[in-house]
Design a protein around this ligand. Sequence first.
Ligand SMILES: *[C@@H]1O[C@H](CO)[C@@H](O)[C@H](O)[C@H]1NC(C)=O
Ligand SMILES: *[C@@H]1O[C@H](CO)[C@@H](O)[C@H](O)[C@H]1NC(C)=O
Ligand SMILES: *[C@@H]1O[C@H](CO)[C@@H](O)[C@H](O)[C@H]1NC(C)=O
Ligand SMILES: *[C@@H]1O[C@H](CO)[C@@H](O)[C@H](O)[C@H]1NC(C)=O
Ligand SMILES: *[C@@H]1O[C@H](CO)[C@@H](O)[C@H](O)[C@H]1NC(C)=O
Length: 617
Amino acid sequence: MAPLSLKSSLFLLAGTCLYLVPSVRSVTSYANVFYNPDVLAAGDFNQSTLNAQSTIIQWAGILASQGPWTVTSKEMAPPSGDKHDYMSFSPYAWPDCSKAGNTTELTPEQIWTTCEYVTRDGQFNPDARMVNDIGNFDDMADAVFYNSLAWIIGGDLEYSTNAVNFIQSWFLSPDTGMNPNLNYAQMKRGPGGRNGTHTGVLDLKCLTKVVNGVLILRDKKAPAWTADLDGKMIAWAKEYITWLQTASIAQEEEASTNNHGSFYFNQLGALQLLIGDKDAVQKAVQVYFSGIYAGQISANGDQPFESARTRPYHYRAYNLAAMITNARIGEYAGINVWNTTTSSGTTIQSALDFAIAQQPGNDDPSELYPHVAAVAMQYGDPQGKYGTFLRSKLNVDLTKAPFYLWDSLSVEGIATPTSNDISTPTSSHAGRVKPTAKSEGSSTGKEDSSALSDFAVSKLLYGAIVTVSAVSRYFISDLNLTFPWSFSILTATMFADELKTFRRLGLRYVLLQILNFASVLASGLMMWKGLGLFTNTESPIVVVLSGSMEPAFYRGDLLFLTNPLNERYVTGDITVYKVPGADIPIVHRVLETHDVPPKQKRGSPGVEATVIDEGRQ
Ligand SMILES: *[C@@H]1O[C@H](CO)[C@@H](O)[C@H](O)[C@H]1NC(C)=O
Ligand SMILES: *[C@@H]1O[C@H](CO)[C@@H](O)[C@H](O)[C@H]1NC(C)=O
Ligand SMILES: *[C@@H]1O[C@H](CO)[C@@H](O)[C@H](O)[C@H]1NC(C)=O
Ligand SMILES: *[C@@H]1O[C@H](CO)[C@@H](O)[C@H](O)[C@H]1NC(C)=O
Ligand SMILES: *[C@@H]1O[C@H](CO)[C@@H](O)[C@H](O)[C@H]1NC(C)=O
């Protein structure tokens, strides 16, 4: 009996798995964040933020398991020949070989150097990912920020040590440290394409998160953040500020009227905070708010430079992140710009109000959530408009999002989801937040690389199911099959990436996944046994192994069996029964019945049935 029910259980399991396997947790990279480091370092958080705190600790751990990151890890050197120089390729640049004059197909290397590269806004060229300084930098910045916070929240010194190590490896170590310039950021390939472009300055916008982390470590006097390191970081920041203020591409970026210009001031202001020059911060923030900001929000609250782009919803949210960050940096340096109006008389709040009234299209609506909370926090929410928006849009529990730690007061009530919310997050989904639009921005298409994607999980599941069924077929079949080794090797190569991810995420994570899987197996078996009880049979589903019942059943058909207690077998019924001594049951049709005593019940011994279809099943 056992071999049959094994295979059938697999089918059942397959179904069960698809329903029960929890989505793998992923880390959301906000477009940018700055929040008063003194408040964060004080760690005096409201009890209502406990969920957010636990997410921050989880994310800090997930990120830390992937570090450290360095610019020197890339395989390709920039044109300077020095891997300490940061390098990236323009994400939206595509080759146009129409004027290359070639008569045959070109190799990728030839394309990179001979074809003109043209910009197709919003269309990400995967070639750009051949060097991933940008993705590594973003991960490092998130890791520094969340590990600094996790140290404050959980008190575990290890988190602060993580943050310090990541800063050292990226910026300060003589072996791996980044040179303080972006001369090779967002290079456009093509003839003469050996210099960075101004849009590449955006690549380092999340320096703001690093600075936020450093200020927390410094404020709270993390033992690992020594005076020596602080001095070196200040020296690095000063050199980089000089580059930001003098390099021609940096100057071009500063003059950009859209989000590029806004994010330029995020970096500049944050670094000036880091070196302790509050006057310079005030000046920079004022230059922004009296400069390009004035043209960024029209009278109706739209952001014309962003809505002109290919993904208006995304870019509006993106620039909102930059505007809010500039305002928060300014506030920390002592100037309040929240009420500063543009030349159309509008404010950041007007821009948000417009943005939330638009349809997201293909963009991820959750990009706006942190900004809604920030605006509600700064401007208040007397009509409950922002709270209502968040409650109606969220399919995850907002209180679990990290931003709830610093922007929670204004969105009270979110902790008690209304019936509109789809979410009743189960423990297995705890802390999962949909990844935001992955900061494709005008900068990058950073993939959410911190955990297995849902796709990878489905692939793994599919692989597991197919493998198990191939192997089990070998064991239960009476045909002479060879053991499917080739299949196993194929599976192993197919999942090389996922295996790598598992390795990177560490033992704990793998154990968690194994536990999850074990609980799925257990549920499957429970359902199998439950079905058996319900149908009053040992194995409610069997598979036909021989062809003796053709054309009624063919090999491989699945039979669903029931054995109702109070019904008698009648001629024409198809039965499955076991012959004492034989290990495999037999399926046959009842042709004739005789001598069935009235009290005999279906399935009881003593039922005699004459059967036609001979053959062992
Ligand atoms: C020139 O090279 C490009 C890129 O490989 C290719 O698409 C194009 O067809 C080539 N032109 C000719 C005439 O072969
Ligand atoms: C690249 O930049 C350097 C220094 O800024 C400049 O001298 C050089 O002309 C640039 N090259 C190109 C192709 O633009
Ligand atoms: C904006 O101005 C109003 C009216 O002067 C004031 O009540 C409010 O507190 C200001 N908001 C911020 C965020 O400073
Ligand atoms: C903590 O949060 C709750 C609910 O959001 C709020 O009612 C309360 O005033 C907060 N307490 C403090 C000290 O901020
Ligand atoms: C299966 O293997 C046995 C013994 O090795 C052999 O006699 C038989 O012919 C094989 N059957 C088939 C279908 O290959």
